[in-house]
Design a protein around this ligand. Structure first.
Ligand code: SAH
Ligand code: SF4
Length: 412
């Protein structure tokens, strides 16, 4: 059954058996820059003067048509296709599990092959359909080094950063599953019109702290917003950070996407507890970095996320301090009702209190939408993501590598 016919509550699970094809360790052509792709092609013998043209062809197949099999690249000569197959992969990660919430939110658990040392990692990606748009919530790390006390991901230690390929693959898989690439029969060059797309927006709000994986996130987002490929508008891409101040300026300058800050508290003392990175980069430095964010204006505001925790940060005094703190920063405030997860001690503020808080902020002149929790029933809402991938011990890693070598031997 296609996922588009899937009904709410449906879970498709795949057995947790390592897929030998995925263990081949070939480098992927997904998630590298045009220059790197040209180098890769020349390394396998494509003449330098052809490299640029070949890159354009491949770019179109990979990012406009969404193909994941070299044999579908019909305008690439067969012998080159064979060579590409021998040296590279463009395979998608495995979808281990797919869940559909009562409200239409979808969550995918994807497993990425090890590509070299290490074992496969699993990450979660969430799709949130809304009237007139569809937002994909993408992960940047497996786990997180930070330990925000209200966040489920924060209870999982960092396993590792995702590569640019793995970050981008989340978008490609979502577009595959949602039918967001043109049909294979559609004429060459066909691009899905921006208005009709299922995935119209991206938020880097899944697992992990994107600014602790800056280079890979940058490469992936520049490819996602490349006008000759996936061509998402940079205004529809939002990167959320817990406040890695030294990387904020670069985010605007080098990636140019919209910025969101996980603020959650307006006093250093409380923020130190909720978002511990605050001890390193306290509120004043964070807000100064926001004021200096390249391209910030009333038309391109910074979003401040504020999770509503009962009796912790939800008083009207907090609301007042919030408006004072943000004076002079082009801002919108996103109030997020706390999403519970197994084992947490926090509670979500009462609805009445959230509304009072929102009213206060509105009267002070800020847009302050209350984010409707989506996908709570499948643990897909903000802060609920967590994967089962554990950090690997050295002995395990060696055993795993030995298994891979054995698999290769059997395969050859
Ligand atoms: N690490 C980045 C990106 C994750 S974004 C960051 O912290 O900004 C996920 C958003 O959901 C962040 O604003 C995070 O603070 C918030 N969040 C985390 N746990 C939550 C929970 N249990 N309920 C609601 N929001 C939560
Ligand atoms: Fe990491 Fe963000 Fe969760 Fe904090 S809120 S633990 S930074 S994912």
């Amino acid at each position: 059954m296609s996922v588009l016919e899937a009904s709410a509550g449906l879970v498709i699970k795949k057995p947790m058996v390592a897929n030998i094809d995925l263990l081949d360790g070939k480098p992927s052509l997904i998630g590298i820059t045009r220059e790197e792709m040209a180098e890769a092609l020349m390394d396998i013998g494509v003449p330098q003067k052809q490299a640029k043209m070949r890159v354009s062809q491949l770019w179109n197949w990979l990012y406009v048509r969404g193909v994941s099999d070299f044999d579908h690249m019909t305008n690439v000569a067969k012998d080159l296709r064979e060579k590409l197959k021998t040296h590279f992969t463009i395979a998608r990660p495995e979808i281990v599990e797919e869940q559909v919430s009562n409200d239409g939110t979808r969550k995918w658990l994807m497993r990425f092959p090890p590509r070299g040392a290490g074992r496969p990692v699993e990450i979660e990606t969430v799709y949130i359909p809304e009237e007139g748009r569809g937002t994909l919530c993408i992960s940047s790390q497996v786990g997180c080094t930070l330990t925000c006390s209200f966040c489920h991901t924060g209870t999982q230690r960092l396993v590792r950063n995702l590569t640019a390929e793995e970050i981008l693959a989340q978008l490609l898989v979502a577009r595959d599953r949602l039918g967001d690439f043109p049909d294979r029969e559609a004429p060459q060059g066909t691009i899905m019109p921006a208005e009709g797309r299922k995935v119209s927006n991206i938020v880097m709000m899944g697992m992990g702290e994107p600014l602790y994986n800056f280079e890979h996130v940058k490469t992936a987002l520049l490819i996602a917003t490349d006008g000759d490929g996936l061509s998402l508008s940079k205004r529809r891409v939002t990167l959320s950070t817990s406040g890695v101040v030294p990387e904020i300026f670069r985010t605007g300058e080098e990636i140019g996407v919209m910025l969101a800050i996980s603020l959650h508290a307006v006093r250093d003392e409380l923020r130190d507890m909720l978002v511990p990175i605050n001890k390193k980069y306290p509120l004043k430095e964070l807000i100064d970095a926001c004021r200096n964010y390249p391209g910030v204006s009333n038309a391109r505001r910074i979003t401040f996320e504020y999770v509503m925790l009962k009796d912790v940060n939800d008083s009207l005094e907090d609301a007042k301090m919030l408006t004072q703190l943000l004076k002079g920063v082009p801002a919108k405030i996103n109030l997020i009702p706390f999403n519970p997860w197994p084992g947490t001690n926090y509670q979500c503020s009462d609805w009445e209190q959230i509304e009072k808080f929102a009213d206060f902020i509105n009267h002070a002149g800020y847009a302050s939408p209350i984010r409707t929790p989506r996908g709570r029933d499948i643990l897909a809402a903000c802060g609920q993501l967590k994967s089962e991938s554990e950090r690997m011990r050295k002995t395990e890693r060696m055993a795993f590598e030995a298994m891979m070598i054995a698999n290769h031997g059997a395969d050859d």
